[in-house]
Design a protein around this ligand. Sequence first.
Ligand code: SF4
Ligand code: SF4
Length: 391
Amino acid sequence: MPVAVVRCESYEREEVFAAVGRALEAIGGLGRLPKGTVLIKPNLLTPSKPESAVCTHPEVVRAVVRHLKRAGFTDILVGDSPGFGSARGVARTAGILDVCREEGVRLVEFDTVVEATLPRGREVRRLPMARVALEADCIINLAKLKTHSLTGFTGGVKNLFGCVPGRNKATLHLRLRHPRHLSAMFLDLYDLLRPSLTLMDGVVAMEGPGPRNGSPRPLGFILASPDALAVDSVACGIIGLDPFRVWTNQLGAARGLGTVDLREIEVAGDLGPGTAAERLKEVTVHDFRQAPSPSALSRNLVGFASELFHRHLALRPEIRDDRCKACGVCADHCPPEAITMGELASIDHGRCVLCYCCQELCPYDAVELEAPPLARLLSRRGRVDRRANQN
Ligand code: SF4
Ligand code: SF4
C-alpha cells in the first residue's frame, strides 16, 4: 500500500476536503474499512488555537468526518486524552468541538480505563487504556506533523499515546525514562491498536522545540496510509530528517511493524508515482528547524552508553523566571515530583528524569531545554541545539 502525499496549501474548508478526498482515493478509499463504530483520534495535546499548530486542525477533522459520512459510516466518535485538561476543553479551544457539533458527531472523553493485555508487547505486556479505543471497530489516527524535544519527531505512531488516559502517561514516563524504551512502548501500543488509517496534517507543521512550544511552519501536505510508520517516515523525509534517526521508526522497522526505508515506500497522489526517495527530492524542506532532541544525538549509541548519554549529556529543563506565571501545571504533571512551587517553579535536577513533560505542557513557554556544560564542551551539536532553543 503506498503513502498518499497530496498538496494542501491552506485550511480553507473546500481545499482541505478535496485534498483529504484525493489522499483517500490514492490509497483505495474508505470502502475497505471495517463497518461499525469509527474512532477518530486527533492530536489534542493542550488547549491551543488552531493557528498555533499544536493540535490537528479542525478543518482536517471536519474533512475526515464528511468523507466517512459520505462512505456510509454513521457511528463516528472523536476522542483523545490530552496532556492536561479534558478532551472537551482542549477541543473547544482547538476548534474541534464546534466541528463535532456542526457535523453531528460525538466528542468522547477517554475516562473509562481498562487494563489491556499486549501479548506481542516487547516493552510492556499490560497498559491502562481508554475502553473506547479498544472497543471501536476502526480507528482513524489523525496525527499532526511536529517536532518533539524528547523523541525528535511526533507523528502517527506517537499520536496513539493519547489512548493511554490521563496521568497513566506520567507513570509510563517515570518507568520508561530513556526515549528508546518509551518509543518501544509506543510501538507496542501501535501493534495493539493497529489503526485502519493514519492521516497526517502537515498543512502547517511545527518546527523547533515541539510538540507545544515550537513555531508553526507551513508545509502544504496531507499524508495518508494504513502504515503509520511509512507515513511518519515520509513526513521525516519532507522535513529533511533521516527517518532512521527517530526511535519509533528505527525500532519499528526492526520489528517488521511497517516500512521506513524511503527507497521501499511507494508514494501516490499529487507527487506522481514512484518511491518516496525519488519523489521527495524536490519537496524536501532543508531548512526545517529540528527539535533540540538528545535522542537524535544518542541514536547510534547502544545499551549502557546510550543510558549514560541520556543521564549526563542530554538537554535539561530550566525555568525561565521572566516567563513563569507560577500556574503550577509543570509541578502537577512532573512524573517524579521534581518541581516545587514557591513564588515561581523550581526544578530539583537530582530527581528529574528528563521526560520534558514540563517543557511540553507549560502554557507560558517558560521551560527551556539547555545543554549541560559537559555536552556543550563535547558536542558542537549541543551549541546548535541551545541556539535553536533560544530562537
Ligand atoms: S507551567 Fe510554566 S508558567 Fe506554570 S509554573 Fe511551570 S514553568 Fe511556571
Ligand atoms: S522536571 Fe520536567 S523534565 Fe524533569 S522529570 Fe519533571 S517534568 Fe520531566
